[in-house]
Design a protein around this ligand. Structure first.
Ligand SMILES: [Mg+2]
Length: 279
């Protein structure tokens, strides 16, 4: 989960900045970096998984409450317009058929508590359908959650790619590489950046084509687009696969206020271990 927050913080200063030839060796942390909605909603999902104590029947109501609680404590960030209404002005917040990439950026804690692929699917469905109940929203969330689960439980990249291609067949395309996305993403997929369909496959390739945690995050951010959210999704999977370097983790923690650190620490107590053998 801290990998998602790292990707969000690192990508935050580039969100929708249209410099399509951004260097890959950009400075990871600058004074312009900050946690955004991706970090807040990831922590809200983690909090809900802690507070619902494994009770599926409770989780749906608890996750709505936690998303609102964390958002109301941290209102000043870049919320999507429709999700902001859902969070802040609707008394009874109903799902709104969204396929926005908000579904994928917040889901990583599910991959850290689920004990089976079946459980990944069930938990992802419950967490996502409170707002992002369009089939592409549900698919985007499940793909990221499943990627985290497979990476955490020791699968290698060949197997992970093969499994994720069932969600997004273009992951089998040998030309769908991070270098080719870098050449084109800012142009021909303009307008698709904030959808699951237009950013989850890119985030997954940023992981698959990366050689370590930092390289994956650099892949996610240098291609352009919705950089904090793509960074969060890539960071989710990269942490589960590689772990997160101590220096990056320590730096990211300095961006979190005490209420957020408390959620992080509570979640650390319930998350399952990751397989650490070299793959
Ligand atoms: Mg954001």
């Amino acid at each position: 989960m801290i990998g998602a927050i790292a990707g969000d913080v690192i990508g935050s200063r580039y969100e929708f900045v249209q410099d399509f030839r951004r260097p890959k060796n950009f400075t990871l942390f600058t004074p312009a970096c900050r946690p955004t909605d991706d970090s807040y909603m990831t922590l809200a999902v983690a909090k809900a998984l802690v507070e619902s104590g494994g009770d599926r029947d409770k989780l749906k109501a608890v996750v709505v409450g936690c998303m609102k609680e964390v958002a109301h404590a941290h209102p000043r960030t870049g919320w999507g317009a429709r999700f902001a209404r859902w969070l802040f002005t609707e008394e009874k917040s109903e799902p709104y058929n969204s396929f926005g990439n908000g579904a994928g950026m917040r889901i990583s804690p599910v991959g850290w508590v689920a004990e089976s692929e079946e459980e990944v699917k069930e938990l992802s469905q419950i967490v996502t359908e409170v707002s992002h109940n369009h089939p592409e929203g549900l698919k985007g969330a499940e793909a990221v959650a499943m990627a985290v689960f497979l990476a955490r439980t020791g699968k290698d990249k060949t197997e992970i790619r093969d499994r994720l291609a069932k969600y997004y067949p273009r992951l089998r395309d040998k030309y769908f590489t991070i270098e080719n996305i870098y050449e084109k993403y800012g142009y021909d997929e303009m307008g698709m950046w904030v959808t699951c369909q237009g950013s989850v496959p890119q985030a997954l390739v940023a992981f698959l084509d990366g050689k370590d945690f930092e390289d994956c995050i650099r892949n996610a951010v240098y291609i352009g687009g919705d950089s904090d959210t793509i960074g969060a999704m890539t960071g989710s999977v990269a942490e589960a696969y590689y772990g997160i370097p101590d220096d990056i983790k320590a730096k990211v923690m300095t961006y979190l206020t005490d209420d957020l650190l408390k959620i992080y620490e509570d979640f650390e107590k319930i998350k399952k271990p990751r397989v650490t053998e070299k793959r």
